[in-house]
Write a protein that binds this ligand. Sequence first.
Ligand SMILES: CC(C)(COP(=O)(O)OP(=O)(O)OC[C@H]1O[C@@H](n2cnc3c(N)ncnc32)[C@H](O)[C@@H]1OP(=O)(O)O)[C@@H](O)C(=O)NCCC(=O)NCCS
Length: 167
Amino acid sequence: MPANTPKPVAASAIDKHVYKVFPNDMNAQNTVFGGMIMAKCDRLALVVAERHSASVCVTAAVDSIHFRAPAKGNDTLLFNLSLNRNWGSSMEIGARVEAENSYTGEVRHILSAYFTFVALDEDGKPTQVPDVLPETGEQERRHADAGIRREARLAMRNQIADKNRVV
Ligand SMILES: CC(C)(COP(=O)(O)OP(=O)(O)OC[C@H]1O[C@@H](n2cnc3c(N)ncnc32)[C@H](O)[C@@H]1OP(=O)(O)O)[C@@H](O)C(=O)NCCC(=O)NCCS
């Protein structure tokens, strides 16, 4: 298959990756340490980016991390990640983490976040990635929403650069 053949979202997505919470995952508040959840999301988002691009990828930016509810001792965390959209060398990956009480089956939404990864060539330079193909209504919505977020990111970057430009 040529390297630039478009790929469906499902080809790189991670669905319900399970992590069982143990006592060493807790913070002083006796809820799950948020930094551990963020680090696991970053690692799994990397896998999504590298599956899609078939290249070494690096985290360029993380934005909109929202902790919606605390995860508790003995919860089972469920990590869901998928590629929302690609541009040139960059890709936005959405992460949604849920906490399952495996005794009752109750599931709570814990975290939502968006990661931007950049694919690199053998010289460590940004390289073009294949287009991602949204196939469901939900994937189409995420694809469109990612465009709005990218515009907002670029607008903010330009606004700050303009403000700091020496005249
Ligand atoms: C990410 C990195 C490779 C971008 O390199 P660069 O020389 O700035 O490249 P460019 O300006 O050509 O940008 C390349 C792409 O990255 C995107 N990008 C760069 N910085 C970004 C940022 N902060 N947020 C979102 N996207 C960003 C650009 O929009 C561009 O996207 P496109 O190709 O889809 O249009 C470089 O900044 C880097 O190596 N950063 C450190 C990464 C790292 O160490 N991560 C932690 C460990 S994995």
